[in-house]
Design a protein around this ligand. Structure first.
Ligand code: GSH
Length: 204
C-alpha cells in the first residue's frame, strides 16, 4: 500500500501512526508530495489535491483520514483496535469527534496564517476557530477525566487523533499554553508521545 503524504500534515501523521500501531505485514510505501503544488501524481489519485491518500494494493485510492484509518483497521488483526473499541463505547466517538475538530481548527488556523499572514487571525472566521480550539481543549480535558481509559499497552483511534492534534498545536501554534492550562491532559500526552509510533513520525 502507498501513502501520499508530507512531513507537516497532522492528518498524514495520524495515518502513519495508525499503520505502525496496527502492525501491518508490509510497511506503507511513502510517496512524499507537496499538495499545495497540485502535482499530477497526487491529482491522479485525489482530484481534491489533498493528502493523505492511501492507495491499496489493488490500486484503489482512499481519501479522507478517517476513511483511511477505518480501512487500515480492517487490514490487520493486531495492534490498535479501531471499530471494535469504538462501537461499544459511544464516549469514544464523542472524543474522536472533538479530536478531529481540534485538528481541523488548528490546521485551518495555520493555513490561513500561511496565506494571509498575521492579519488572518483578525477575520471573524479565524476568531471562531481560535475560540473553538480553546473550548475543544477544555472539553477533551474534561472528557478524559470523566472517562479515564488505559493507553497502555494499546491505544485507540481517539488517542491517535487527539495526540496528533495536540502535537500539532505544539508544532505550529505553540503560543497556546494548553499544557499549563490542562496539566492532566499534558500528563496524558506524555504517555502517548512516548510510544514508538509517535516517536517515529515526529513533525519536521
Ligand atoms: N478532511 C481531510 C483534510 C486533509 C487536508 O486538509 N490535507 C492538507 C494537508 S495537511 C492538504 O492536503 N491541503 C491541500 C489543499 O487543501 O489544497 C482529511 O481528513 O484527510
Amino acid at each position: 500500500m502507498k501513502l501520499y503524504l508530507n512531513a507537516t500534515s497532522p492528518y498524514a501523521r495520524a495515518v502513519r501512526i495508525t499503520a505502525i500501531e496496527k502492525q501491518l505485514d508490509q510497511p506503507l510505501e511513502l510517496v512524499w508530495v507537496d499538495p499545495w503544488q497540485s502535482p499530477e501524481a497526487l491529482l491522479a489519485v485525489n482530484p481534491a489535491a489533498k493528502i493523505p491518500v492511501l492507495v491499496t494494493d489493488t490500486g484503489a485510492p482512499i481519501t479522507e483520514t478517517l476513511n483511511i484509518l477505518f480501512y487500515l483497521d480492517q487490514q490487520a488483526p493486531g495492534g490498535l483496535q479501531l471499530l471494535s473499541q469504538l462501537q461499544p463505547h459511544p464516549p469514544s466517538l464523542t472524543l474522536l469527534g472533538f479530536g478531529q475538530a481540534l485538528m481541523d481548527a488548528a490546521f485551518q488556523t495555520v493555513i490561513a496564517r500561511k496565506h494571509d499572514g498575521n492579519r488572518a487571525d483578525q477575520h471573524e472566521l479565524a476568531q471562531r476557530r481560535i475560540q473553538a480550539i480553546h473550548r475543544l481543549l477544555a472539553a477533551i480535558d474534561l472528557h478524559l477525566s470523566e472517562h479515564p481509559h488505559q493507553t497502555q499497552p494499546d491505544i485507540s483511534i481517539c488517542d491517535v487523533v487527539i495526540g496528533v492534534a495536540l502535537a500539532y498545536l505544539d508544532f505550529r501554534l505553540s503560543e497556546i499554553p494548553w499544557r499549563s492550562d490542562f496539566p492532566a491532559l499534558a500528563d496524558w500526552m506524555t504517555q502517548i508521545e512516548a510510544r514508538k509510533s509517535f516517536e517515529a513520525t515526529r513533525f519536521e
